[in-house]
Design a protein around this ligand. Sequence first.
Ligand SMILES: O=C(O)CCC(=O)C(=O)O
Length: 268
Amino acid sequence: MVSEQDIQTLADDGVMVMRNLVSSEWLDRIAAAIERDIADPAPYVHGYPATNGSGRFHGNLRTWETDPDLRDFCLNSGLGELTATLLGSDNVNLLYDQLFIKEPGTPNPTRWHNDQPYWPVRGRQILSFWISPDPVTMDSGALEFIRGSHKWGKMFQPERFGDTKAHDDYERNPDYVDMPDVEAARGDYDIVTWDLQPGDAYVFHAMTVHGAGGNLRADVRRRGYTVRYTGDDIRYDTRPGTNIHLRSEDYADGARLTAPLYPRVWPI
Ligand SMILES: O=C(O)CCC(=O)C(=O)O
């Protein structure tokens, strides 16, 4: 399923698309789990009201811990073995999963950011797989990525999602820098995107800068589901600035990631 060219592309660009990665059976189970979470959200829900007063942006994280189908997907769908191949890692652990649901007519963008500053881990071997049971196009909120930005070595200060620029949820980390106004200077960046069919995936590095527009379509949902996996060189990191909902007092600074929070998914 994975070619040497794929591995090289991901290493060079920090992002690639994989077609037909997830079966319709898995997608059906994920879609049903998303409906359950919208109706009765798991604890880490982070929804945002739509900036135009209609639509809805529903987010949640660590949903695998409470939903049996998402748990099964995260642990047993084969993405762990795939991650091992893509990263050249002997072991792969689950970091966590996350929902980004933009209902039709939800203009909220996902602001430009890279992920690792939000996460209480250090090291280079982390990948996210972003999939959707819906067809995804630019006007429904396809993700955009800055090719090669995983090599910038810049940890961008986390901010809340939604339309606010407030830093109030996140401590400032003096080693982090502010995200430049990418939207105002798009031509200065090598921005790439792909339309997706259900089951296709964006695969990207934790340091790759990415964002998305709103779902401007009236007729299509945009149910994004991301699963994130780590490789051998990842350690727990207690630095400031990370998302408090992703921290755990059970892991000391420098600890390896282990179950229960970070179960090993490869080798099985
Ligand atoms: O789906 C989105 O709008 C954002 C996704 C994202 O930032 C991620 O998966 O890291």
